[in-house]
Design a protein around this ligand. Sequence first.
Ligand code: SF4
Length: 469
Amino acid sequence: MSFSDIPVDVGPVYEGERIRAKQMYVELGGPKIEKHFELVRVKQPKEIKDGQVTIYGPDLKDMKEGERYPIGILVEVAGEELEEDLEAVFERRVHEFCNFVNGIMHLNQRYTNWIRLSKAAYEKGFNTLDLLGKVLIRLYKAELPIIKQAQVTFYTDPKDIEKPYDMAMEIYNKRDERARTIHDEDVDMFYGCVLCQSFAPTHACCITPDRTSLCGSINWFDARAAAKVDPKGPIYEVPPKECLDELAGEYTGVNEMIKKRSLGEIDRIFLYSGMEFPHTSCGCFEAIDFYIPEVNGHGIVDRNYGSVAINGLPFSAMANQTGGGKQMPGFNGVSIQYIVSPKYQQYDGGIETIVWMPKAVKDRVGDFLPQDLVGKIATEEEVQDLAQLKEYLQEVNHPIVETWAEMLEEEEEEEEYEAEGAMVPMGTVGMTIPGAGGVGGFKIILKNCKVHAEAIIIKKIDSKGKRKK
Ligand code: SF4
């Protein structure tokens, strides 16, 4: 495979390249653009013009430097062995293959895709999406030899993108609907994925029927199809083996997998907990589940939410805590689909601990959650800060309120010990400090912890996610 006709280098070495706002020529998709998507469809050979790239809307050379535009990427492929179940897995490779191009940064997936083209690449002659289409087609056929023909269509005009965007959303919904039909106890095989290791080397996803990948783009059916056609590829079988704890979702087979794939960094995962031995997160998660100590509950914020979450932190600040392949109790990268699973963080108390989420997320998942709970989950429309949240939860009698008495008793007991100057025996249970913010300054509660630190630095983060000096 040759890229000699492409004016910039192409190869895996460029994955992970960051293009900052100052370096970018244009931005395609991303959080500031309403409609954008990427989709792969399996077609009949006669429906494909192999190698064809079509552009609807302004091409790169017609775009204004520094501006943002919609982007729809439709990749259509054909091949005798291809089946519809493989579409989502092929689709995830758009991320990888775009990032092979020196001067292109691709983030996220599905309807959250986000591309930046660097000024340097544009100046070298990468001034048409035709070049990106050619690269995608060559990489798809070379890296996935079961693909025999491929064509790519780009949409960059806000009007032209509407129809294909609606079609893409319908297909994502159908995939998600199917994923909701089975559960972890119905299967004897889980799957792993290491596609994001170029960004987070210690991260590996464990994909189960209840736990769709945190990027939201690969469900259990998709992973099964991918592992079948390419067992040595980035998506592979993970026999769960012995279940050590049903509530936590701890399996010996999953622990062995993460130990091997994280090169020994992580050796234990609770599939259904964001607080103890949580699943690692790379950087592609659709949403973050975060602990809110002030109300002993959890919030969920998705990457499309443009304001600060109820804890006073924007998604970007929490994403820095959450990602990178670490286990970070209190901050857990999740897919939207996992939120509607009956196993959602069941070890931490499950869906009944969720007290806040953006309205847009609630609209998406509301029909699939217990109906007596939905109205009790606050959004930005009902509350703006933690004091209001507390009042709201009491008003609607959210189940989390029942846990407050116990919390208060523990706090009072601690204060009593403190007042008497007693030596308190300490446990070694892991602690979580989910960040400062919200109303009334901040509060750090360390319970049952043994802490040694040479210094603690607490910095205030403003609503735009920039640190104050
Ligand atoms: S987030 Fe997980 S499942 Fe999705 S591409 Fe990355 S490693 Fe694979």
